[in-house]
Every structure is written in structure tokens, then in C-alpha cells.
Design a protein around this ligand. Sequence first.
Ligand code: IVH
Length: 722
Amino acid sequence: MQEQDAKIRIGQLRETLREHSRRYYVDNAPTMSDYEFDQLMHELEQLEASFPQFDSPDSPTHRVGSDLDAPVGANAESQARQGFVQRAHRYPMLSLGNTYSIAEIEEFAARAEKVLDGIPFSYSCELKFDGTAICLSYRNGSLVQALTRGDGIQGDDVTENVRRIAGIPQQLRGDYPDEFEIRGEILMPYEAFDALNREREAQEEPPFANPRNAASGSLKLINPEEVGHRGLICTLYHIPAESVTFNSHSEALDAAASWGLPVSSERRICHDINDIKEYIDHWDRERKFLPYATDGIVIKINELACQRALGYTAKSPRWAVAYKFKAEQACTELLGIDYQVGRTGAVTPVANLAPVQLSGTLVKRATLNNADQMALLDIRVGDWVFVEKGGEIIPKITGIDPGHRTADARRPVFPERCPDCGTPLVRPEDEAKWFCPNQDGCPMQIKGRLLHFVSRKAMDILAGEMTVEQFYETGLARTAADLYDISNDQLISLEGWQERAAQRFLDSLEASKQIPFERVLYALGIRYVGETTAKALARHFGGIDALAAATQEELLEVEDIGDVIARSVFDYLHDPAHLEQIARLSAAGLRFDGAGQEAALSSALAGKTIVVSGNFSISRERIKDLIAAHGGKAGSSVSGSTAFLLAGTKPGPEKLKKCEKLGIPVVSEEEFRAMLPSGLASADLPPSGEEIPRFAETPSRGNPLPAKPGRNVPTIEEPTLF
Ligand code: IVH
């Protein structure tokens, strides 16, 4: 590959991986399977190894994915702030190198043998639990602290929530050390997961994609009592060697079990690669019968002295590796295909299947993505098809079983017209999907946009699918702005509406006027602008006026915004119809600027765009909050308009070079803090140990009409399937 192509590809991979890492760790709503994610990460690793001039310490290959964010279930006000205190980990919480190939496990074992050069050692093989990581601290036998992994350096303090999880002892027994840390995974067993999703669907809340997301979302609930009702469990698998004096990992875990801690009994000591392969084969078959999700096995060098000899990379230990299982598949009959129109007009073929059990749930529908995918599979109605669940909630058809095809299997015909409004479909050059171009007249698109606008993560207005349908049918609301013109009299004249329901609806409309700009921006439903992108845009531009005035180049300065998103935002904000909608929403009282949302601490950095690179004494997210709180903006790449590069340890060499070329100052963390008014350098960013008040839970939603099973539209544009 040419140097220039490599540079472009590296940039694309980083953008994609950062975005999906956020969807996975922060939003708890992945849209890519772990397998696809891992493949892209490996591609990036290889490119960075071949082109070291483009390597950078802030590449996702060198950083642990971060779960630090606002808690789930916080009300509108508190979501703008942090609900959990963040505290530094005593020892960084790293991730594990992973592979899907047995050959690479053989290489891992061979490398260990070479480095250990004749020293006898063994392997501890364990299940790789698919939940969310936790770090517990015990002092004099009492549980004193529980932190999430966070960004690996500091995590959210979820101690009170963890106290409610069954099986985690508050007090140890036996011969425990005075003080130690132990790490493991919080899991939601399949049974609890199904019950939770049934409940969420009944309340018109979006279900969790998988037990991992459900566990992670539940752990970050504001109300510890509610955490206790989520059926979470815990399994512990690692005591940092620095905090205890055992000879081996297995001894340490056996001891932990004797103190009453929940440790998996599915561990096994292996002596060579054949033992390891046997363990892998066994659990690849048997894991289907476990009551919780596992996504692979972990192989660790057991002797702690040998672990020390092997050491760590920036991101993971060299003494351990994860072998990941490929996603489970099921085979079932394709009964028919529906064509669903999303809120952007994209038409998605959705397969109706003979119900089949897959990774703990019954699957009846699966996506076929687009017309090309259907043609590639040469799929027929009546075929037996393979279904797989990726990280996302909607399973996919990955293949067909040609041996099973019968003579009467019918070739499906992709519609030429919109199945909802009959408009001829179009396929833009750079799109994989067909679109209904009738944006303003297609009922499915209009209703889809309204549903997105009212959804909980957007404006949190008390309206579900049936209400939106009714507003649409009666002509009461067809755009978001129409919602704010609805009167009490109009509502109670509708079928099924009583005074109380009408009042509750109007109250929720009124409350939505306090929702911060970043969520209003997300609610607008601009293509590719999910919650995290909306947040980044809001933080960078501060308000709609600056955002609408931004050129595409200026949009590209926002971290993680690439060409596609920049163009989409730019086009949206240059469409007169959209501007008119925004003007009406603004006149109705919605917040289109950040004023008052986060009181500025000073204007010490006003008008300055600052690029941040390297590692700091606090997380980069907090550095950026600090910049914003003092009136500055965080930029992603060094350009003529950069005020200075804020460089921590190991800043990106490319960025430094560019600064030198353009004569842009490079400022250290210390110098930066000195620029801020004294005493405010870390204000609003509580130092470890300072409590941030907790916020009340949002009252549960209700629909003024009898609830129908179904859910609000998901965060990303996907057809509503269940
Ligand atoms: S050991 C320093 N053991 O997988 C390494 N991790 O993808 C400490 N995980 O961050 C981790 N099961 O959250 C270890 N038996 C196991 C595990 C396990 C699941 C998770 C853990 C880790 C992630 C890496």
C-alpha cells in the first residue's frame, strides 16, 4: 500500500473505531459486531506497524475503550453533568489482546516459552465473561470501593450500586489481606435480561441489545435500589499481583474464593497448547448451556513471577490473551420479506423467519440490509437461511443453505416504489440503500422523524408509536414544531384522550424546553448525528447560530467528525425548510444554545481553539471540559487557526511537527493550568474524593393511550423490528 493511501485508511479506521467504541462503551448500543470491530482494530494495528510514521499515542490501538459518561436514567438536567464521582485506579485497568485464530494462540504460547527460556510455567484457562468490568477494593475485610473500568486510568465510583448486587460480600471471612483489590465482571444472566427487556418493551422503552449492554447500563443507574432489582451477578478473575503475595494467579483466586468472593469454578490449569485447545473446544460447545454470556476464553500465564517477566504493553498484559468465539448461528426457514422505510427514507429488507432460538433469545425477524446483499446471497423465499447476532440488537442473515432449496422457492423482487407512499425509489451514487425521496410526504418518514424527536434520549416527550400515528392521521402534528402548537382542547377532542393524559402530555412538552442543546440537536434527526456526535458539535460550537454558520472545513475540526458527517450537518443546516423548523422550535422555547447549561468559569480561553494531544494527569475528556468551561474550544487537528497545542506526555509526533511548521506554540499541562484563573484550574471537575450530588430518577413514562407492545425508534436509523 502507498504511504498516502495508508494515511487515509488509518484516519478512516480511527474515526470508525472511536465512534463504535463510544457506541459500545458509552451508549451501550453497539451497531457493529465484536468480530467486525476486532477485524478493523487488527487492520489498524498492522497499518500502524507498517507505517510507524503515522502511529500516534491517542490511536484506539493504544487506548482502552472508555465507559465514562453520564449515568442512565438521569433526568434531563443531570444528564448534562456527571452523576458519578470519578476516581483514579490504583493500578491501570487494561484490556486483553484478542484473536479468533488458534494459530495465534500457538504463537502466544511459543513467545511465552521463548521469553521464559526454560523456566517452568503453566497456563490458567478461564471463561471470558461478556459483561462489564469492575474493580473492588477491600480494606480490613470490608468492601470500601467499586469502580468501573472507565478509561482504564480512572473509573466511575459505583460503590453504592455494587453493594446491591447479589453475591458480592460486604464483609469477607477467613484469612484475607488487610487491603487489596480484585477485578472481575458484572453480568446479567439471560433470564434477568429477558425479563428486563419484556418490561422495557411494555413501557415503550428501547430494549437493550444484549446482556452486556444491559449489565453496563444497569450498573450506571442513579438509584441503587433499582440496581438491586436488575438480577445482576458478579464473577471475579484478577487480583493485581502488586496487591497480594501469592506465587500464582490460581492460588490467588482460590484464596479469594475462600474469603467468600465469587470466583468462577470453570478455571483449569493447562500445561501445553494441547490442553489449551481441549479447553477451548470444550467451552465452544458447552457455553451455550451457561446461564450467562461468554464471548471466548482467556489464557493467562499462571505464575506471577513469569507474568512479571513478560510485562505489559500500553494497553494489555503480555502474559495473557483472549481467544474469542465467533458469533453463534442458527438455521431457519425464510417465510417472507418486508420492506421497511426508516425516518431518512432508507428502505431496508427485513426477513420474516420461522422462529428460532439464538444466543438465549427467540428470533423471528432479521435484517437483509439492502438489495445488493439480497442479490449476493441469491436469496429465495422458502430458503433455509443462517442467522447471526452481531453486537447489535437486530440479527442478520449471513448465508443460505443451498442444499435445502426446494423447487417452489420464490425469488424476491425488491420494490421499485416506496412500499408506503408509492414514490419511485432512488439510489444515490454513494449509498448502498434505496431511498424514498418523498421526505415531506411519505407517512413512514414523517412518523419516523416524530418518533425519534419524542424518544427518551431525545426530547423525552410522552408519546409512543400510537400517539404519533394518531397525531399524524388527524393532522395535528406532522413536524416536531407542530407538537408545540397542540392545545389541551385539541387533545381532548381526540379519541381516547382524557384530561389527565392531555395534561401529562403537555407537561412533558413544557419540560422538554429545558432539555440542553446537545439533545435538541440530536432530536432534530440529522443523518449520522447520534448522541455522541451531537454532544461533540454542541460542545464545539456552543449554539445553533455558530453551527449553522460553520463551513465544512470548520465542522471537520471537531474531533471524530469526518467528511460524511460534516457534509450531512452542513446540508441539513442549509435547507430552508429545516431552518424554518428550527426557527419555530426556537420560538416555542427550545434551547438552541448552551447558555446557562454549564456556567462558564472564566473567559481565560475565549476564542481559542486548542488541540489536545498525549496523556495528562486527568483524562483528556476532563481536559476538554476544562477548556470549554473557560471559554475555549477543543480542536482535533493542528491548523492555522489553532491557538496552541496542549501537549501531555507522549504527544502525537505528527501534531508536533505541524506546530513547528506553522509556528504554533506547544504548551505543557503545567503551563496550561497557569493560564487559568488561580483556584479554578480544576473547579467543576471534582478532584478524587469530592462527592457530586446524585440526582433523582426520571419518573417512569406512560402513554396516554393503552400501551401496545413496541418501542421507540432506536438511536440509529434502523427499521423497527420487534
Ligand atoms: S483478565 C490485565 N479474565 O475482558 C487483564 N478479563 O477484553 C485483566 N474479561 O477488560 C483481565 N473475562 O473486562 C480477564 N476471565 C477473564 C475475563 C476478563 C472477561 C474481560 C475484562 C477485560 C476484557 C478484555
